[in-house]
Design a protein around this ligand. Sequence first.
Ligand code: NI
Length: 182
Amino acid sequence: MLPQTLYQTAIKFATLKHVAINQKVPGTDLPYVVHLSNVAMEVLMANANTENFNVALGIQAALLHDTIEDTDTTFSEVEENFGLDVANAVMALTKNESLPKEEQMMDSLQRIKKMPHEVWAVKLADRITNLQAPPSHWDNAKKKKYRAEAQIILDELASGNVFLADRLQMLIEDYRKYISND
Ligand code: NI
């Protein structure tokens, strides 16, 4: 199937799932699909700048990456609709909420690292998308923590996609402007 067709199917599926729980982009009134399409856009840019990139896997994983974590979507449902490779990718991008909160990110990163590089690219693209101006209610400590987490994601996954790693590195530098040195 053409990547364009896969994109359309995945964005419709994900939009309905996130709309069903009325999920917005945090700190805004924008529907959650804006986040998902931004992640997919970053992955498409990576595809254009990376040799041997599986764009079908990349865009489906990008559009579906928060369905299992945030909505009632199950692994089997993703597998039935999009196949096992995509379901495994989404699962690796899903936090294991039975673990203590401070272990969840590193656990997910270690599972992502067992996946194809396109899945690493989705995680890099996710944090790139989220490193825009922080919501106004975030305090300095929260912003510092978010920036430090981004650095861990970069350190763990940089070798998965050089193009996105460079972009994330630049945004981490740039994010300094939102943080005051106290
Ligand atoms: Ni996300």
